[in-house]
Design a protein around this ligand. Sequence first.
Ligand code: GLA
Length: 719
Amino acid sequence: MQATRLIHLSSNAISLVLEPNTAGAPVWRYLGARAEDAASSLADAWPAAGARPLPPTVLENDPPLTLMPTHGLGWFNQPALAGSRTAEGGDLDWAHDFRTDHVEWDTHTLRVALSDSVAGLGLTISYTLEPDSGVLSTWAELENRGDTPFRLDWLAAACVPLAPGMDSVLGFSGKWTLEFQEHRETLGVATWRRDNRRGRTSHDSFPGVIAGSTLGDDDGVALGAHLGWSGNHTILIEPLADGRRQLQIGEWLAPGEVVLAKGERYRTPSAYLAFSARGLNGLSQHFHQFVRQHVLTWPDGRMAPRPVHLNTWEAVYCRHDLDDLKSLASSAAGVGVERFVLDDGWFHRRDSDRAALGDWWPDARKYPRGLAPLIDHVRKLGMQFGLWVEPEMVSPDSDLYRAHPDWTMHLEGRPLVTGRNQLMLDLANRDVEDYLFDALGTLLGEQPIGYLKWDMNRDLATAGHHGRAAYRRQTEACYRLLERLRTAYPSVEIESCASGGGRADYGVLAHMHRVWTSDCNDALTRIGIQRGFLRFFPPEVMGAHIGPAVSHTTGRNHDMAFRAAVALPGHLGLEMDVRLLDTEERAALLRWVDLYKTWRDVTHGGTLRQGEIGASLAWLQIAAADRSAAFVAIYRRQEDSHRYIAPMQVKGLEPTRRYRVQILHMPTAPHYAKPSGLLATFAAQGLVLSGATLADLGVPVPPLPPESAVVIGCTEVMD
Ligand code: GLA
């Protein structure tokens, strides 16, 4: 039998093997853990995909899964491309048959050029494997080579196989104040599918999915996929005839949203895929490394230690008074805050969420001499100044709207749909973009503002630009505006907020530096929100604030320690009026802020693992990149029937090195078990254990009352 030269991309974590195919796109032969044997690229021991014996009743053309399966000539599953050419009496060119014109590949990249001369279409598919992180970035691009416009309905950014046995899926749902909720489902005979049509990344359908076998914390194979895009998306997993499944991910397109004129191209947003043979934690480690190396772009090229924020929202809401804010800033500086972020309420006539968006200059009633006196005060206290804006929006009650009612996204003849009393500006209108660039530029240019909290508080409806659906245009225009601002003001950091975590994706993170994970600061709810977030994002971009004792969104009451311990691994902030703390609480807060500063070099850049022990305990560990230390937090959500907690294994340290293990925080409760024996010694003096002992036997865990946390630190003992 003739040997087939297979296409083979490989990193330490993942291998892709495809078979060149003149009759279509390359055929998928393998996607999974690094496959050593395929490295020869001469795997002819088993029949080529096209040579499968055909059972009775199937078409003689029964195409195998390729990088780009298309509809019309015998592929009856979901195609990776759908579209047609409008013609009189009905559409044409809806059936596609591509030939490979050119394949170029090496160990880490694959480029395939395809064409369908009958339909007048050209396609480019790009797969790039980052060798360090093992994350695969993929996109596809369609070119209309025909004479008439081609309407595109769907183009997958990635189309990949899931091996038989990958029958479980971890998907994400959510809502405001409850983002990134994980759901495990068993895949069956029907297609598993999620569409987001809200026009922004959304609270309820995060553009990511994980498919696998057991989906264990540290065991089982898992493939994660994410679309780096802040607009609409579709993710689907469909069973195939051979026991495998196909996973497709891409941008959901509204009818007529992409119509390509002759010679025009549409490129999908990039999809990102990772594979782990070490369960969910292995997967998030790949994604974290990728985000650190390839997504984030920091001012001056490197991440500065993530400064402690004070965000004014839950302290004063829109009730801004200069002297009051100065006193808040002074009090914040006293507990170690490093960046003071002035939230909503500072601009022209903004007293509530009913007016003023678009009028981006200081409210003369609240700030008669502009923001300078407050900014000076903040900076004299040694803090950086940050400012909240929501540039993509306009309030009907605003000077901007009165002057330019035609600047909104709208559909002729349709009512304007408001959300939080506001409308969307049509950013694809160059005048709008210039207005926003100038307005924000004036703020950034005139004052030493080092940070923007960039909010976006509504879904898109009537998202039209000259009658056409414009979700995509809007997202691209937003990225363009961000890029213009980043280029003009390169030292400014930006936070992505959309009523909390409604815009968290690698697309926006290429322009920003932090995500406001959720408007919920309730530590108990936050445990689940943050766990889902951390599957795809590293802790240093996870905005995590210590809120007031009584949560403003749930009404639940938690002590400082629980609130702080949950926020500590992320990018820490305070979302409260620190002046209201009594002496004891203030001292406790100061201690937690100090602890954050001591540990942020470990937590922000290290290797994260997280997991659960039943429904009642959740834990998280971050080992320093150089293995010199590890941060461990164990959270109890609720009581359970176990009398004791088993020791916690701490992994990721160097087996032969020795570590001082110290309890950094342990809860107390009246009538709750007191540590005794070894645990008492541990609590009082710490322990010295080897990395191997920590990984195998673990550390003792003190008793934990409901809604409390234990925090443990391991630091290398230098002889
Ligand atoms: C959104 C954000 C909050 C706050 C308010 C201000 O809800 O998520 O953090 O900035 O807007 O209006």
